[in-house]
Design a protein around this ligand. Sequence first.
Ligand code: AMP
Length: 283
Amino acid sequence: MQMQRIEGIADVLRAVKAARRGGRRIGLVPTMGALHRGHAALIERAAGDGCFTVVSIFVNPAQFGPNEDLARYPRPLENDLKVAMAAGADAVFTPAASEVYPPGFDTWVEVGGGLTDRLCGASRPGHFRGVATIVLKLFNMTEPDRAYFGEKDYQQLQVVRRLARDLDLPLEVVPVPTVREDDGLAMSSRNKYLSPEERVVAPRLYQALKTAAEAAASGERRASEILRRGVEIIETQPAFQIDYLEIVDGEGLQPLNELKPGAVMLAAVRLGNTRLIDNIRLT
Ligand code: AMP
């Protein structure tokens, strides 16, 4: 079957309903494009699960702050179509912003502040409101049985899970492990912004997380001590500015003083003009 390229909201619903009539389950992989191997892993997972796999590509204005990178966010559509097809997508859905947010649009989805005010939500006010709103809209547009999200964006994954649970959405949220470059840097569309010098420094973030996780694995239970090990590594690179480095429970994302099962370490740093995020499980 040829991969379909769909722009209209009515058209994508028609395509998924046809696939469902043909006995297929629907898998949705929401993305903002500039697809890399991390996105491909989500698409391969959905296709591997036997789903009629819809990859949405939409750079969602509602999740960008006024001083963020909406205008310069990469949009290499031709290459994205190739990556999606090679990974096994059945359809690529590229809705127009004017159809997603027509004049007069003014309904927003807010997941509770416990999950959304802290961490990335603290430095990106309104970000998760934009995410929750577009994700629910995409769910309504494509009626997926399963929706695939990367663990790379750990807070986003928990926000989407809570959204699905609190609103009784009839679908399964499927987490997919982070795909990394050979040197450990988590793949991200924003890595393209890094200068060659910054690109050399960037993998230190994951090294810091790994060092901290090793401390936990060898028996350290105090969050402060585990964090200290991570900070030490990050601070070897003056180019990094720490936005946050926290140890939290893996569901509610509340800070922990002592490790417990499910604990996760979450990090965001700035490197020049680029913001990098990453995370690691501690148990
Ligand atoms: P984005 O295009 O950045 O909005 O990401 C779309 C989806 O791909 C989200 O669910 C991300 O968590 C996921 N994703 C992005 N980078 C990676 C990665 N390196 N490994 C796994 N999933 C990723």
